[in-house]
Write a protein that binds this ligand. Structure first.
Ligand code: MLT
Length: 316
């Protein structure tokens, strides 16, 4: 009989699925524990751990959990899990990469509209009793070029929506061939420099890895068309925040829509409070529908891992 520990809050749908399983003895959800308390709890013989992004599944945490067989990430990004350590200990890692695609794609476009039409500042100005039509002249998206970096599920979902807005969509992804990129609805470009030079809007949809850390650094941002918009709903660290702030200050970047940050929460930094930045607190996947789906998906996948069944989304 399996014992499952859930260390970040997940939707009730997922918990209900776990509790309904005949081979599950215990499902304990206790969000907000500090690393030492979590290690102490896991040492009591839990077989599965389900996390979102808050819990850091470190080498030390894994070492403190000798009975652990599987870590389930209720979401896409696994940069909060030490995958090498999990592999070395024979702990399976699974995620739920499909459930949040639409939510993140919609939020990416929400940020784009918000930046292009100054929605947050116009709203704040109205709420302050003002009527400043001239201050908020925006730009249109129809006819503009969107460059997507990373054409996986989310990149492709953003591309579909952007085409519907009348945008031309370019895509760069070194892991996909031209035919696959075209099938995913983007015009393939050979390299990042070409994408940056040709796009009015650039959106990143890659995981954070040693290769993608600082992908949009000062050198890359210098290759952007003057007046481009930068969007990031993937992971903090892919866009170099100091370099982005400098590009905004110098007027080379028109605006940015950011949902993810190098350090979360970032506080009211110069970047977050910049007048041409629209910032949200890592909520792109945070819809009712996506969170219910993600919890159901990860519950099923963790149960499959415990039972030795076929896995849909094994990471290691
Ligand atoms: C994800 O990786 O699934 C999203 O960024 C949301 C999250 O981190 O919970």
């Amino acid at each position: 009989m399996w014992r499952i520990f859930v260390s970040d809050r997940i939707h009730e749908d997922g918990l209900a699925r776990l509790r309904a399983a005949e081979d599950v003895a215990e499902v304990r959800m206790e969000p907000g524990l500090d690393p030492a308390a979590l290690a102490q709890a896991l040492a009591q013989g839990y077989h599965a751990l389900i996390v979102r992004s808050r819990t850091k599944v470190t080498r030390d945490l894994l070492a403190a959990a000798p009975s652990l067989r599987v870590v389930g990430r209720a979401g896409v990004g696994v940069d909060n899990i030490d995958l090498d350590a999990a592999k070395a200990r024979g702990v399976i890692v699974v995620n739920a990469p499909e459930a949040t695609t639409d939510a993140v794609a919609e939020h990416t476009l929400a940020l784009l509209f918000a930046v292009a039409r100054h929605i947050p500042r116009a709203d704040a100005s109205m709420k302050a009793g003002r009527w400043e039509k001239k201050a908020f002249q925006g730009i249109e998206l129809a006819g503009k070029t969107l460059g997507i970096i990373g054409v996986g599920r989310i990149g492709a979902a953003v591309a579909r929506r952007a085409r519907g807005l009348g945008m031309r969509v370019l895509g760069y992804d070194p892991y996909l061939d031209q035919a696959t990129l075209a099938a995913r609805g983007v015009e393939p470009v050979a390299d990042l420099a070409t994408l940056l030079a040709r796009s009015d809007v650039v959106s990143v949809h890659v995981p954070l890895t040693p290769e993608t850390r600082g992908l949009l650094d000062a050198q890359a941002l210098a290759q952007l068309k003057p007046g481009a918009i930068v969007l990031s709903t993937a992971r903090g660290g892919v866009v170099d925040e100091a370099a982005l702030l400098a590009a905004l200050d110098e007027g080379r970047v028109l605006g940015a829509g950011l949902d993810v940050f190098e350090h979360e929460p970032p506080g009211a930094t110069r970047l977050v409070t910049h007048p041409r930045v629209v910032a949200t607190p890592h909520i792109a996947a945070q819809t009712r529908e996506a969170q219910a789906r993600v919890a159901r998906d990860i519950a099923d996948e963790v149960l499959a891992a415990l039972r030795g069944a076929r896995l849909r989304w094994r990471v290691v």
